[in-house]
Design a protein around this ligand. Structure first.
Ligand code: NAP
Length: 352
């Protein structure tokens, strides 16, 4: 099924933030969505978007969006899809309310990711989890979430291995960029020339979200995958791009060559929809040597491709490797837009 319908009306919540700005950039000239509403806190509401945002992207703020008036979240209405880049506390309260009012919420926030009725979606990994929209009890709308920004890199790299060999256990250590903490985020004096070995709440997300995503859904319930994850997370002075350093124990041991082939052969199950934000390859293997690197590889596939490198055998588990994910694109704005594109392509938007 190809999408040929007209543009869906889209709103952004938290439009002035780090993720919200990237949503603005992706949506202002999107072929399927028309950005009609930008919402943020009471601090910004009532002002022109261009006057309230501290624009951080190297591309120009689009004129049409700069002139749009920012509203409060409670004022959002008449939209086919609401992209949420709210903080977790706001999302926990406001996203169910919006869904209850008949709006379809596509969220970056962690608040509802592990909710028993809410898909935690990566279109190339678990598109069938969208079926849970038929079993939600928020009202006439719905909520779909995208994973934590490090989780999505881990899961896209694990998916080909899970399909080919099965996964028993994962040990992951992250080196995470400062943009993952929003703006102004981590104080410069804390992070420059330094590394911070604690990101509150992050390890728990990496230890629980992958099993939901790689699990199954049937009869209105999720069955998480059975493997265990041990995670350690660190903040490092990189602007964009989380590195995840992974050791994995497989159900059926495989050589690094077989694992490499599994990753190289992996193809998106939703490729036929030609989703505008989908990269040609969701996960690739880097050239040999010290790759991937945030500086050199983070923008692959317009920030939507996860790059795997240093794939080798592990003396403790079976395999080890490093994967790189663009945390504010594949880990946030791009992920949400891709989710909404799959929802549009499968008839999940514009039903009201
Ligand atoms: P951020 O830069 O701090 O932006 C927060 C946004 O929320 C701003 O637009 C802010 O508006 C708005 N806001 C704050 N309080 C509000 C309220 N009470 N009501 C309505 N709007 C409110 O944060 P971010 O990094 O973009 O993150 C946004 C969400 O995405 C978070 O849940 C985060 O965990 C998640 N996420 C972030 C990343 C990442 O890499 N950064 C990755 C994945 C997921 P004002 O400008 O008016 O204050």
């Amino acid at each position: 099924q190809k999408v040929t319908h007209p543009r869906f009306k889209a709103a952004i919540l938290g439009a002035t933030g780090t993720v919200g700005q990237r949503l603005v950039r992706r949506l202002h000239d999107h072929p399927w969505f028309r950005l009609t509403t930008v919402a943020a806190s009471a601090r910004s509401a009532g002002r022109a978007y261009g006057d309230s945002v501290h624009w951080l992207l190297p591309t120009a703020l689009p004129d049409r969006v700069a002139r749009m008036e920012v509203c409060e979240v409670s004022e959002v209405e008449d939209c086919d899809v609401v992209f949420s880049a709210l903080g977790s506390a706001g999302a926990r309260e406001l996203e169910p309310q919006l869904a209850g009012r008949g709006l379809m919420v596509v969220s970056n926030a962690s608040a509802l990711r592990m909710h028993p009725e809410v898909p935690l979606l990566i279109p190339e990994v678990n598109p069938d989890h969208l079926d849970m929209l038929d079993h939600q009890s928020f009202g006439s709308g719905g909520v779909v979430t995208n994973p934590n920004c490090a989780t999505v890199g881990l899961v896209l790299s694990l998916k080909p291995l899970a399909d080919a060999f099965g996964i028993e256990a994962v040990q992951v250590t992250t080196l995470q960029a400062i943009s993952g903490a929003g703006h102004p985020g981590v104080p410069s004096l804390d992070i420059l020339g330094n590394a911070l070995p604690l990101i509150p709440g992050e390890e728990d997300k990496l230890e629980t979200e992958p099993q939901k995503i790689l699990g199954s859904v049937s009869g209105g319930a999720f069955s998480p995958a059975a493997f265990r994850v041990s995670a350690q997370t660190n903040r490092v002075p990189v602007v964009d791009g989380h590195l995840v350093s992974v050791s994995v124990k497989l159900n059926r041991p495989a050589s690094p060559e077989a694992a490499r082939k599994a990753i190289e052969d992996f193809r998106s199950p939703v490729a036929d929809f030609d989703l505008p934000s989908a990269p040609r390859r969701p996960v690739i293997v880097a050239e040999d040597g010290p790759r991937p690197q945030p500086k050199l590889d983070v923008d692959r596939g317009e920030g939507m491709t996860v790059t795997v490198g240093r794939l080798r055998s592990c003396p403790v588990f079976d395999l080890r490797y490093v994967a790189l994910v663009h945390n504010t694109e594949r880990g946030a704005a791009g992920a949400a837009v891709l989710n909404a594109e799959l929802m549009a392509a499968t008839g999940r938007l514009g039903r009201a």
